[in-house]
Design a protein. Structure first.
Length: 95
Protein backbone atom coordinates (compact mmCIF):
# COMPACT_ATOMS: atom_id res chain seq x y z
CA UNK A 1 0.00 0.00 0.00
CA UNK A 2 1.35 3.43 -0.94
CA UNK A 3 2.36 5.76 1.84
CA UNK A 4 0.17 8.84 2.13
CA UNK A 5 1.66 12.32 2.20
CA UNK A 6 0.07 15.70 2.82
CA UNK A 7 -0.16 16.22 -0.94
CA UNK A 8 -2.03 12.97 -1.65
CA UNK A 9 -5.62 12.17 -0.90
CA UNK A 10 -6.43 8.76 0.55
CA UNK A 11 -8.48 6.29 -1.44
CA UNK A 12 -11.91 6.22 0.19
CA UNK A 13 -14.50 3.47 0.09
CA UNK A 14 -18.13 4.45 0.43
CA UNK A 15 -20.76 1.83 1.30
CA UNK A 16 -24.39 2.89 1.11
CA UNK A 17 -25.52 5.41 -1.50
CA UNK A 18 -28.97 6.36 -0.32
CA UNK A 19 -30.39 9.73 0.73
CA UNK A 20 -27.35 10.68 2.81
CA UNK A 21 -24.62 8.51 1.31
CA UNK A 22 -24.93 9.51 -2.35
CA UNK A 23 -24.45 13.27 -1.79
CA UNK A 24 -21.61 12.69 0.67
CA UNK A 25 -19.81 10.37 -1.76
CA UNK A 26 -20.41 12.83 -4.61
CA UNK A 27 -18.78 15.61 -2.59
CA UNK A 28 -15.72 13.43 -2.01
CA UNK A 29 -15.51 12.59 -5.72
CA UNK A 30 -15.82 16.26 -6.71
CA UNK A 31 -13.10 17.14 -4.19
CA UNK A 32 -10.75 14.78 -6.00
CA UNK A 33 -10.68 11.84 -3.61
CA UNK A 34 -10.12 8.50 -5.33
CA UNK A 35 -13.38 6.72 -4.54
CA UNK A 36 -14.58 3.12 -4.62
CA UNK A 37 -18.32 2.74 -4.02
CA UNK A 38 -20.73 -0.10 -3.33
CA UNK A 39 -24.47 -0.28 -2.80
CA UNK A 40 -26.86 -3.22 -2.52
CA UNK A 41 -28.85 -1.68 -5.37
CA UNK A 42 -26.17 -1.44 -8.07
CA UNK A 43 -28.04 1.22 -10.09
CA UNK A 44 -27.43 3.71 -7.27
CA UNK A 45 -23.70 3.57 -8.07
CA UNK A 46 -24.17 4.95 -11.61
CA UNK A 47 -24.14 8.70 -10.77
CA UNK A 48 -20.93 8.21 -8.77
CA UNK A 49 -19.29 6.25 -11.58
CA UNK A 50 -20.01 9.21 -13.87
CA UNK A 51 -18.07 11.37 -11.38
CA UNK A 52 -15.06 9.06 -11.65
CA UNK A 53 -15.66 6.61 -8.81
CA UNK A 54 -14.93 2.94 -9.31
CA UNK A 55 -17.55 0.26 -8.57
CA UNK A 56 -16.81 -2.20 -5.81
CA UNK A 57 -17.98 -5.81 -6.14
CA UNK A 58 -18.67 -6.17 -2.41
CA UNK A 59 -17.89 -4.45 0.89
CA UNK A 60 -14.82 -6.72 1.24
CA UNK A 61 -13.60 -5.73 -2.22
CA UNK A 62 -14.05 -2.04 -1.43
CA UNK A 63 -12.16 -2.39 1.87
CA UNK A 64 -9.28 -4.15 0.12
CA UNK A 65 -8.88 -1.24 -2.33
CA UNK A 66 -8.90 1.77 0.01
CA UNK A 67 -7.31 3.38 3.06
CA UNK A 68 -10.59 4.54 4.66
CA UNK A 69 -14.14 3.14 4.57
CA UNK A 70 -17.32 5.12 5.19
CA UNK A 71 -20.54 3.23 5.83
CA UNK A 72 -23.86 5.00 5.44
CA UNK A 73 -26.51 2.34 5.94
CA UNK A 74 -29.63 2.89 7.98
CA UNK A 75 -30.29 -0.08 10.23
CA UNK A 76 -28.09 -1.83 12.82
CA UNK A 77 -28.70 -5.20 11.13
CA UNK A 78 -27.54 -3.73 7.82
CA UNK A 79 -24.38 -2.31 9.41
CA UNK A 80 -23.61 -5.70 10.94
CA UNK A 81 -24.08 -7.44 7.59
CA UNK A 82 -22.00 -4.92 5.63
CA UNK A 83 -19.15 -4.94 8.14
CA UNK A 84 -19.15 -8.44 9.65
CA UNK A 85 -21.20 -10.56 7.24
CA UNK A 86 -20.04 -12.76 4.39
CA UNK A 87 -17.92 -10.65 2.03
CA UNK A 88 -18.10 -7.81 4.56
CA UNK A 89 -15.60 -5.06 5.27
CA UNK A 90 -13.79 -7.13 7.90
CA UNK A 91 -12.83 -9.70 5.24
CA UNK A 92 -11.20 -7.09 3.03
CA UNK A 93 -9.35 -4.85 5.47
CA UNK A 94 -5.63 -4.60 4.82
CA UNK A 95 -3.10 -3.96 7.62
Amino acid sequence: MARMTLSTKPRVGFLGLGTMGAPMAANLARAGFPLVVWNRTAAKMEPLLKLGAKAGRSPAHVASEVEAVVTMVSRPDDVEQVVLGADGVIEGIQP
